[in-house]
Every structure is written in C-alpha cells, then in structure tokens.
Ligand binder design. Structure first.
Ligand code: MV4
Length: 650
C-alpha cells in the first residue's frame, strides 16, 4: 500500500479522499490555488502545495504543476477526485511516465469510453444492450436520414464526441431530420471540434440508472449494484438513491452483468460507473464514467463499503476485497446535493460567504444514518471559480420510507445564510408526491413545477414572532442595558407598544410589567445565541434567527423565511433623501399595495411591498404626503429601476 498520496482536487471530494487515507495510515498532500489557501481540504491533509491562480486552467488543471507537486513531496500516487483531470487520458498517461500511480483506470480505458460511437461499437461486440440506432462511420446526410427512417421516430441525434447531454437533438418526424442534423453538426463542431453524430431511438420517459463497477489488475470485476439518478435538472443530478426503486433481482443481475461486461471490454481497472437509460423492463448502455462519482456515497451506505479504500487497494495492486457473491444490499440510501443557487431565479448559481452554516447532526461512517460530505466551513466563501456545491447530505434507512423521512429531517436542519441555496427546493422535492411514491423519470422536476415552486404563502405567526423576538433581543444587546429604559416607543398605561414591519407584515409588540404581547397574544422569549424558544399563547415555538444587515433569516419548522425589517422607530428622523426610493431596487414582483391613493400618509409609512431575490422589500413614504398613483398592481413583474408609484409630498 502507498504511504503517501497526492489529492489533485479540492472541496468535498478532496476531504473525502483524505479521510479514508488518514484511516488507512496514508499521508496526504493537498494542492490548492490562490482562492483555496485557507480551505478545509488543505486543513484535512498533512501537507499542501500551492499551484497558482484561482482559475482552474492555471492551477487544478495544469498537469505539469500537479506532477511536480507529487515529485517534490514524494507522493507515490495521485487521486484525481472527479472533474478536473479525473477523466483525462493524457494525465493518466503522464502519471505513468512520471513513475506515479494514477488512482483510476488505464489511459486506454478512458480513451475507449471517451468517443461515443467507438464505445458503442465495443459495447455491441461485448453484447451490452444498446438503444436501437446507428453509430457507423459513414456520415453522409442521405445515409443518416435513411437510418433515422429505419429506426423510426422520434429519434435522437447525438454528437459522437458529446456527453452529459451536450449536442443532442430530438427529431419528431422524417421531414424535420435534415435541418436538425445540420444544426446538431454545427453545435458539435463548435463545442467538440468533431461533427460526427450517431442516431438513436428517442426514449421519451426514461430513467437514469447507473451501475457501480470495480475491477482489479488480476482480471476480477464486480458490480456494487445500481443507483437511480433520474431526478436531474439540465443534466445536473439533484437527488440520487440506491437501490433503484422497483428493481427486480433478475433485472439487477442482468444490468450488473452487462456493466461488468462493459468494463471488461475496455480492460477496466478501479472504480467506474456504467450509465444506462431504462424504460419499463428494458435498459440500454449510455456511457461509462471512468472515475469515482459524486453520488458514490449512496452505494457505500447500502453496501457498507468504503469505495475510496477499494480504489486505493486496487491501485496499489491488491485484489478486490470481496467477490460478487459476498456483496449484498442493506437498506436504502438517498443523497441530496446542496448547491449555492437560486431555484426561484431559474437556478442561477449564487456566490457569497457562508455567514451562518449548520448541518444536521451526523456521523462520517459509510453507513451512518445521516452523513454530510462538505468541503466548506462557516465563514468560507463560494466563489465563481469552482463548482457551487456546498455539501452532499446522505441518509440511510431500513427502507426507502425511513430514508425519505431522514432526508427531509436532515434538510430541515441544514441552515445556510449568506447566499441563496436549493435547500428548501430539495425538501419540497423529497416530500413531493411524485418523488416519495418513486414515480421517477428524468422529467420529474419539470412535471411537478407547481408543487415544487409554490406561490409565496402567508408567513405563519410563529415565524413573525421569532423575527420580532430577535429584533428586540438585538436592541437589548446593542443597548447593553435595561430594555425597559432603552426603548423610545409609545407608552400607554405603562405598556410599551410599537409596530414592526417584517416583509409585507405589520406586527405589534406590547410589553409592560405584566409581560409581552405579540399581536395581542402573550409571548415569552428565551434565547441562546441565535436559537430561540418562545411561548406564543399556548404554542411553543422554536427557531433560529440570523440577521444579514436588515434582513432576517428565520429558520422554523424546517424552512427558512427571509424578511426585510422595517422598524419605524429606527427610521424616525432620517433625512428625506434616505427615506425611501419609489423605484424598484432590483427586478422583482409586486406583492402588495399598502396605502390608498389620495389618502395622506406619514413619512415612513409602508406603501408597497415587492419581492425580489427571495426577499421582500418595502417601499416607504419619503415624507408626509399622499400617493397620487400606483403604477403597478399586485402580481406585476417590474424591472430594476422601474418607477413604482407617484408620490406628492405634503
Ligand atoms: C437519451 C434519452 C432518450 N433517448 N437517449 C442525456 C444525457 C446523456 N447521458 C444521455 N441523455 C439522454 N439520452 C435516448 N436514446 C434521454 C436522455 C436524457 C437524460 C438521460 C438521463 C438522465 C437525464 C436525462 C435528461 C434528459 C435527456
């Protein structure tokens, strides 16, 4: 076995590899860019070598720099993780030439699976089932048209050099074929420098089922069962699970054996994944990923095996730790990928600092009930340079139902402030009827849009009470003295009463010697840092409230609500020019019009609420006066800078 390896990657996968290496007593060398000097993966390794600038092209993707780092530190092998150089045959080859073990398949196997049509020809010879289609060398448009007509419509034209969904065209009927072919070839030559295509029967409701395989240098190859990764968005996996729901033992064995045949046909070594698309009982080879995949933990959870340990053993020349007959499935596992992105804005990637980051209680064994693989810590940044994945939540249960319950619980205890994330979306997805009943196919997200993107609903009183409690607690902290004397509100019979505007909601807090009231209901508050425990009347309320400037992030009952705070007391006496803008601060949607046109309002009165970037923004009166005219109504979309209303100062 190796005594020292270099991990040519960053983020959670670098941390993941380091953790197994440590357990096996193998020293680790991290590499890092200017953007990653203080990152978790560097701290997880014994040594670290600086590569260069933040851009991956100048650091993580520079083979010479990685090889030089391995030589300088005396690492005997390089683990490439996934992405970056993991499926680069030139890098695998360069490692061999440099006398360093590449922890992955031989360059020849990477190359054999790289070109689609070549891979399909090899798979055909190995009797691996293929989608009916054409993948020949003759690329004349007339022949391709004839083949498409023979296969029968709909067909899919795929760039031979493509992958991961790039360079595909669906064609519904013969008359449309010629134009689609031309456009596909144009895209292929631009994207891949190669305009060869293949044609397949187009399956309209497929599932993505992939089989984990492992091969050693001694001719043994086994399958570690399947993962269902059908829940995707734009070819980006969102939820993965093992085993695949509804898989019969016979079909599992057939797919497993086909995957092993595929691996053997290209002289595979190490960890690999054979992707199939499946419709009904049929399954067809799609492509092979010649690396350890992001979703490998669900296979670890159901087999109890550490796949990184297997990779290291096999790369060191050992035999596979287990035979096929010794491998079994126990229970069910799900993985959810937590990304810095904004589902409400078309999943636009987000960047920023993780000002507040909490994961659910977890352990890091391969078969933990809840496991979290992450490469970031509180205070770290998600930058534009790399993949915006924050963490993977992996759960295991006795059955799928228990795994689902654990996942929704785990997501409900994942708290992130500082950037938009998909946590709420994932929780709705896991709890959706389609996913929980395992009605899986690659169109699941699109088909269940209404359930997954609910109209912003009324904010519950519990959330508003938590927000109000946090606002008052912050004042106490700032005042640092007796809260009773620090406030400058309106007192009636020794009761202090004030209004707070929280997003589109106005709440009233009253307190005096007899205790506090929230909108007239008795309220008691205790808190430990950002964690609050309230009694709202008879209702116990627990939650976490984190400020981001004047935005409150209220975590309650598994979901976060963001509320813009407008406190009339805090704003009293402000200069007119700071009072309120009557234009949209950013593109968004009008939520509510709050004042009547023509009726006099006081300076600071909330006039209109809009929603933008998941947050509510309140537009207030810049001075005493009247709204002469609202220029939009609730539900309208407005662009940034759009004038929202006409205001006549008194
Ligand atoms: C297909 C298909 C339907 N019919 N091939 C997309 C990525 C690439 N790996 C293969 N892909 C597909 N190939 C035929 N003949 C549908 C897809 C597909 C898909 C496959 C797996 C997971 C998600 C997908 C989303 C859209 C399309």
């Amino acid at each position: 076995m190796f005594t020292k390896i270099l991990i040519a990657n960053r983020g959670e996968i670098a941390c993941r590899v380091a953790s197994t290496a440590r357990r096996l007593g193998i020293k680790t060398v991290a590499v890092y860019s200017d953007a990653d000097a203080g990152s978790k993966h560097v701290a997880s390794c014994d040594e670290a070598v600086h590569l260069g600038p933040a851009a991956a092209k100048e650091s993580y993707l520079v083979m010479e720099k990685i090889l030089a780092a391995a030589k300088a530190t005396g690492a005997q092998a390089i683990h490439p993780g996934y992405g970056f150089l993991s499926e680069n045959e030139d890098f695998a080859e360069a490692c061999v030439k440099a006398g360093i073990t590449f922890i992955g398949p031989p360059a020849s196997a990477i190359s054999a699976m790289g070109l689609k049509s070549e891979a399909k020809s090899r798979m055909e010879k190995a009797k691996v089932p293929l989608v009916p289609g054409y993948h020949g060398a003759d690329q004349s448009p007339a022949l391709l048209q004839k083949e498409a007509d023979r296969i029968g419509y709909p067909v899919l034209i795929k760039a031979s050099a493509g992958g991961g969904g790039k360079g595909m065209r669906a064609v519904e009927k013969s008359e449309d074929f010629a134009a689609a072919l031309e456009s596909c070839k144009r895209e292929a030559i631009n994207a891949f420098g190669d305009d060869a295509v293949l044609i397949e029967k187009y399956l309209t409701r497929p599932r993505h089922i992939e089989v984990q395989v492992f091969a050693d240098r001694h001719g043994e190859c086994v399958y570690l069962f399947e993962r269902d990764c059908s829940v995707q968005r734009r070819h980006q996996k969102v939820l993965e699970e093992a085993p695949a729901p509804g898989m019969s033992p016979a079909r599992r064995a057939a797919m497993g054996e086909a995957a092993v045949a595929a691996a053997k046909a290209v002289g595979y070594e190490g960890a690999g994944t054979v992707e199939f698309i499946s419709e009904g009982e049929q399954f067809y080879f799609m492509e092979m990923n010649t690396r350890l995949q992001v979703e490998h933990p669900v296979t670890e959870a159901i087999t109890g095996l550490d796949l990184v340990e297997w990779q290291l053993r096999v790369a060191a020349g050992e035999k596979l730790p287990k035979k096929q007959s010794e491998l079994t499935i126990k229970g069910h596992s799900l993985e959810a990928r937590v990304y810095a992105e904004n589902p409400e804005k078309g999943f636009l990637p987000a960047i920023g600092t993780l000002a507040h980051l909490r994961f659910p209680e977890h352990q890091s064994f391969v078969n933990s009930a809840v496991r979290v693989d992450s490469g970031v810590r509180p205070g770290d940044a998600i930058t534009p340079f790399y993949d915006p994945m924050i963490a993977k939540l992996i759960v295991w249960g006795e059955d799928r139902q228990q795994a689902l319950a654990r996942m929704s619980e785990a997501l409900g205890h994942t708290q992130i402030v500082g950037l938009s994330t998909n946590v709420g979306f994932l929780k709705r997805l896991v709890e959706s009827k389609a996913f929980s009943s395992a009605d899986l196919d690659t169109g699941l997200i699109a088909k269940n849009h209404a359930e997954l993107f609910p109209e912003t609903s009324r904010v519950p009183d519990a959330v508003l009470a938590l927000a109000a409690a946090a606002v008052l607690a912050r004042e106490d902290r700032l005042a640092g003295s007796d809260p009773w004397s620090s406030r400058t509100g309106w007192r009636v019979n020794q009761t202090f009463v004030r209004g707070l505007r929280l997003g589109a909601h106005e709440v009233q807090i009253a307190y005096g010697r007899a205790g506090s009231l929230f909108n007239g209901t008795r309220l008691t508050v205790s808190n430990d840092g950002v964690d609050y425990q309230l009694m709202l009347g008879e209702q116990p309320v627990r939650g976490t409230v984190v400020f981001e400037g004047e935005t409150l992030n209220v975590f309650h009952a598994g979901f976060v609500t963001q509320l813009g705070l407008f406190d009339p007391i805090a704003h009293a006496g402000e200069d007119d020019s700071h009072g309120g803008k009557l234009v949209a601060p950013m593109p968004g949607k009008i939520v509510a019009l709050l004042a009547k046109s023509g009726v006099s309002v006081k300076k600071g009165t909330a006039l209109l609420v809009m929603e933008a970037m998941k947050m509510e923004h309140t537009i207030t009166a810049p001075s005493d006066g009247t709204v002469s005219e609202y220029l939009f109504t609730a539900g309208d979309q407005v662009g940034e800078g759009a004038e929202l209303l006409k205001f006549a100062p008194a």
